[in-house]
Design a protein around this ligand. Sequence first.
Ligand code: ATP
Length: 374
Amino acid sequence: MNQMSHVSSLSVPGATRATRKEAASVEFRNVTKRYGKVTAVDSVSFSIAPGELVTLLGPSGCGKTTTLRMIAGLEMASEGQILIGNRDVTNLSAADRDVSMVFQSYALFPHMSVLENVAYGPSVQGVPKKDAQAMAMEKLGLVGLTGLEKRAPSELSGGQQQRVAVARALVLEPQVLLFDEPLSNLDAKLRRRVREDIRELQQSLNLTVAYVTHDQEEALAVSDRIIVMSNARIAQTGAPRELYEEPADLFVADFIGDANILDGTLLDREGTEARVRIGGMVLTLPHRGANPGPVKLAVRPDAVLLEEGPAGDGVLAGTVRKASYLGTQVEYDVESPIGTLFVVQYGRKEPIAPGTPVSVTLTRQRGVALIPNA
Ligand code: ATP
């Protein structure tokens, strides 16, 4: 049972709603961060709209945590400008920014109860104890932990500790909420549930959220928009579907979901479309700025269609080399004249046996994209 699924129906008291701060925007203008000779973030510009959940996604070392920490004021920019709610906060310390962060480790105080952990922030800001505890109780209700407030963090499950960390970050009603790999200490099943809870809470409270992860599936699932980072720079920014269906370059095509990267030849262009030859097939696709000549294509595994039997004209002849039955889908390695293809078929009951000849076609509706910058 999703413990936080009641969040949207759970009433946030009217008075609290009325006094809730407006969600704020976040803007980076050519922000660079250097540590000695290392450039961790290199002239990065982006904005997050009020009430939007934006994920910073990328492989280890690409600069996403440094970017998040610069929003929080835990790291200072070497160059550029950072604005929160249109206020220049570039030189303000963390304490002077209206931002809260949920850390990967949760960073709960082990000697304090759940209630004391959550009430701590308002208390140190001078809110009287009773009021701080009332604020904490409200936020614990929001995350589905009412009744557990007297426990110590060590008496909670990993998922419950994560909720305490979220309640603690929410209690001061920050203008911006930051998540640093918030699911990494949870097991796979719980990760899915907690990411849904975070998304639901963010939407129901209209929070501005920046969220760091290296897990592309998690990013696709929770985000309004994703900023893909690579080597201290932004590789592409877009809605999840945009990144998956129209990757800007080979890095993004490969990093977001699985892709077969294939060689083709752009024959000619007309309007926004191009005719592209791949092996013996000719497809008509949006050209995305690519010119006639050799091109690269990203083909998603479910955009490759297999039919048992020998191939006819205009399709490719292939042979199934490997078949893995995974319940909802079957995954194949298929040898073909354009290389070994990774193929996923959904809803098929009987896998095609290895060694079977197949005809291979590509759908053009979705899942096949020319890579403009390859
Ligand atoms: P991960 O997923 O592994 O946390 P990341 O994308 O969050 O990676 P960052 O932690 O932002 O990456 O680091 C970006 C680069 O800056 C890396 O090369 C890292 O080694 C370097 N870096 C980060 N913090 C420091 C520091 N305090 N001193 C020196 N170099 C640092």
